[in-house]
Design a protein around this ligand. Sequence first.
Ligand code: SF4
Length: 734
Amino acid sequence: MSWMQWFREKSGLDTKAARYAFADDPVLGFTSARMQADRWVNSTCGYCSVGCGMQLGVRAGKVVSVRGNPDHPVNRGKLCPKGLAEHYAIEAEGRAQYPLLRTSGGTLARVSWDDALTTMVQQFRAVQHKHGADSVGVISTGQLVTEEFYTLGKLVQLGLASRNYDGNTTLCMSTAVAGYKRSFGSDGPPGAYADLEVADLILLIGANVAENHPILCTRIEANRDRTLIVVDPRVTKTAMMADIYLPVRPRSDLALINAMLRVIIDEDLYDARYVEAHTTGFDDLRASLENCTLDHASQITGLDPGLIVRIARLYAEARAPFIGWTMGVNHSTKGTETVNAINNLALITGNVGRAGASPFSITGQCNAMGTREAGFASSLPGYRNFESPDDRNDLARLWNIDPARIPSSRGLAYPDIVEAAVSGKIRALWIIGTNPLVSFPNIDVLKHGFNNLDFLVVQDGFHPTPTTELADLVLPAAIWGEKDGTYTNSERRASKVNAAVKPPGEARSDFDIFLDVAGKLGCREELFPQWQTTADAFDEWRRASSGRLCDYSGMTWEAIEQTGGIQWPFPADTTHDPSSVRRLYGDGQFQTADRRARLIPTQWAPFPEPPNADFPFVLNTGRTVEHWHTRTKTGAISILQQLSPRAWLEMNPADAQRLSLKPHDRVDVVSARGRVSKVELRVTEVIAAGQVFLPFHFAETNANQLTQSAYDPISREPNFKQCAVRVEKSPTVS
Ligand code: SF4
């Protein structure tokens, strides 16, 4: 089915109206005089981590159209529905335009930028004076350009001198980061998108790419010689593409992978030469698998033992097997261990960093990778370690500061910042480009924490949002299409982001806001000498990354523009063509002290809140292709909102019959923590009996009223994917 057919079917629009919605798109081939652009500005999509290159059509100072960049190496001219409608976000209703300060009467009133930032800094300093430097917390976002994120890290950790700084990426990618660090000695996905086209086996675990990273599906579809295996409790659109679909029970993937490891070792299908030369821990790993029998794995996963053996053999005997995963793995208390088990599978078969063969985390947000590299949250910039004196000295030299000012351990992760707000240790908070009032698990805990704060600053491109409505100070920020810098996608490719228009009203780029806050703190000249634009930040970031795994030192903005994006590592002395595909660890040399990868024993355990008599269903939460995260942007775009106007609950027909529920009934979903009311019921075999699915995008029916405060003990990522609920028919209102 073409995008246009899909779009017409979903939207109910006739062909003419659908053409109008996607006017000027070279893929679909339509034009409309009203939407014709005077000029086109190259940029990169600001939604997901695929990192599609696009062109923004500008006419009379407005972005009137968007089209895929046919020369961009990631998407080759294609865009998904969100990307095709992205320009509507710029002119959408509800853009934040002026700084707003809460008055003594409780309302938000317009103030000047100078008053806003003076008040913010006074409040932060007053709190720090009374409660210590770490009593101010900052939570940022993977929506910033890398240059902004690097600037913000320096500002918070050195200027504001608080260690309690993290990003919303901890809600989606910190598990992959922690897993890579433990196995390979550093974060960094080893593979590339090109692997999807040359792999002979693609194993997707908890990764519904058809819905969440749609343009990647074109790579999978282009590869006619592969076997696609999809592991997912739900029959997702991606599962429907599979050659072999494994309908595992929720959170049983770790048991499956460990059973596969056991089969591969028992049948001598592993690469003994690679294990000997490039890994440590094989004997411990083998011993840890003693109880991972096929029968045990079959009981946990619900899969036939023979099928597990078949999948293990297929993986081990493949020429170039690729493993991709996303939130189905990451969103779990066992997430990091599952990533380590995936890495174990790749390592014992010698399938890391070869063409087609890698374990590969598919990132969430457009610049989640950039935030991971530029750091200052779970690591220092350039994947340096807080704990390493050498790494701290290295940065202190670059920044010309006393090394003692650089923290020697990381501060609180996002969930712990929230818990510190609840306990009163964090007294002021600065939230940038994220909407935790919808996205954080067990939302009432977060509300309680926010109510405890002395001062809450929310910097966002939109107002009101559920989070800006709680703020003491709202700072209006530019969004995608209004600022310059780079995003780095899941395959470590830095692509250029360009401003096509100015932000509305008095909104300013996040970068300009950060520099002005630095000015108010009195550290601008010291930390950001003569910086005027994000180009200055990029220049320093290149130097900060030099010699590191994520080396950008050979990149320039101009070269990135010309090639459509450059993958790191790209050191200054490289002889590689900037457009060449680059992978990590192909030489078997890892980022550990002895250059060997670690084989890490892992242990399956049930998820933290199994169903019970009061709450008999397992709730799975997730996404839909039309919306982005908490719908701050996509909820304001009419066409996407019309395509997916409200949440729904998926339930298996057997369960619906047992509860006497019919399709389109309105139901309440109830957990031990809260209730979501009047959700439309979809009765479908996409979901197995005993499970239900609710998308998390919708504030009005917020899935995070139900989810629990359970976190991966290593990465601190929330267990969004499973909790126990019951489903009741909603009371009818007379
Ligand atoms: Fe944007 Fe992702 Fe869609 Fe590409 S696949 S257009 S990056 S949302």
